[in-house]
Design a protein around this ligand. Structure first.
Ligand code: DP6
Length: 368
């Protein structure tokens, strides 16, 4: 397994160990979530993906996360207080603290600090948007900014984002892709130079115009807690009878999807993303134990979307998160027709008529 970045950041860690004139400070980042078009499903080793994945970064679905840091004399381990939507949240606090302890191998100055973190999401819980992607993206970016403030390391550009992607992956795999706008790829993919299991890379050069402002309308088929967490789901890929075929398929789909993005081939794009969405469901169905992630209305929506596409020849396609909700992806040029179709034909399939309209985003932003 290739551990180039791990070795590099561990090698540089000795220079980042607390002997800095800076005693306190404040950073805020906004990081968007993303929707996977090629699905990350299954892990190998620690937080490395079984197969490459490719996603679209969103615009409106954002975590805004602020960190106040303060050096505490005598601190030997990072300490944390945390508020989510202005309220204490013990389970997020514990997950963040465990994460901070983990990444202090690469950022040893953290052990001298007390952090006060506050985060807010622009999207509601159970809205079909992956909150761990935006949350860990925002936290990792903030930690890289604190490193920059304390040690004057680069504060923008490729190196900064690569480290943020590497660190966010350690919190949640899909977060590694959220540090870039547009399309990003995480996981070593055959035929794709520079792709890596350790961090994501942006896939934004030579993208055809039709894919630049792609829309994502998220239909909430069912609110409430998912039947199975993605962590448990990933674990089901261990010894899965179709695992090796899945790896081959995902590699092939990555190459084909990138080709369709560059050639502007909407119909091929739709074919691949729908194949990925249904494969994820099929992998879950054929796991031991097997899980149904979709709902009767998920299937109803899929049928209607395919019918609409056949009748109108509009390049609209669906993908699914690891649950029942449906993401509809389509070019911004046909947004009016598609929104009308959603309102008249699909809203009755959504719980309380809930739908969120989003669009491709440019990536995270440092606010303070
Ligand atoms: C179905 O990134 O949430 O959304 O690494 O355990 O945090 P952890 O998993 P997570 O898995 C996301 C699974 C997925 C597909 C994807 O986003 O690629």
């Amino acid at each position: 397994m290739n551990n180039t970045l791990d070795k590099k950041y561990l090698g540089e860690a000795a220079k980042l160990s607390g002997i800095s004139g800076i005693r306190s400070g404040h950073v805020t980042w906004e990081c968007p979530s993303n929707i996977a078009l090629i699905k990350y499903w299954g892990k190998k080793g620690f937080q490395k993906p079984l197969n490459p994945s490719l996603s679209l970064t969103l615009h409106g679905a954002i975590t805004r996360l602020s960190v106040d840091f303060k050096r505490l004399e005598g601190n030997r381990e990072v300490t944390l207080d945390y508020l989510f939507e202005n309220m204490p949240n013990h389970s997020f606090h514990d997950r963040f603290l465990k994460y901070l302890q983990l990444v202090s191998r690469y950022l040893p100055f953290l052990n001298t600090l007390h952090l006060s973190i506050q985060s807010h999401n622009t999207f509601p819980h159970s809205s079909g948007v992956a909150s761990s992607a935006s949350a860990f993206g925002a936290l990792a970016l903030s930690l890289c900014s604190i490193e920059q403030i304390c040690f004057d390391t680069p504060d923008t550009g490729t190196e900064f984002l690569r480290k943020a992607s590497f660190l966010s992956r350690l919190g949640s795999g899909s977060a590694s892709r959220s540090v870039y706008g547009g399309y990003s790829l995480w996981g070593k993919a055959e035929e794709i130079p520079l792709s890596s299991d350790e961090a994501a890379i942006p896939i934004n050069s030579e993208i055809a115009d039709v894919f630049r402002n792609y829309c994502d309308s998220i239909l909430i088929i069912q609110t409430g807690k998912k039947e199975i967490s993605s962590t448990t789901g990933h674990a089901l890929m261990k010894d899965h009878p179709f695992a090796s075929a899945r790896i081959i398929q995902a590699n092939r789909n990555c190459v084909d999807l990138i080709r369709s993005l560059r050639e502007g081939d909407s119909m091929r794009f739709v074919e691949i993303i729908e194949n990925e969405a249904l494969t994820l469901q099929a992998l879950m169905l054929s796991s031991l134990p097997g899980y149904f992630l979709f709902h009767a209305n998920t299937l109803e929506v899929i049928k209607k979307v395919r019918e609409f596409r056949r009748e109108t020849e509009i390049g609209i396609g669906f993908t699914l998160d690891a649950g029942a909700n449906v993401h509809l992806l389509y070019p911004s040029g046909v947004a009016n027709e598609v929104r009308e179709f959603i309102d008249t034909a699909l809203l009755p399939c959504c719980e309380s008529g809930l739908v969120f309209h989003d669009i491709t985003g440019n990536g995270p932003l440092r606010i303070e």
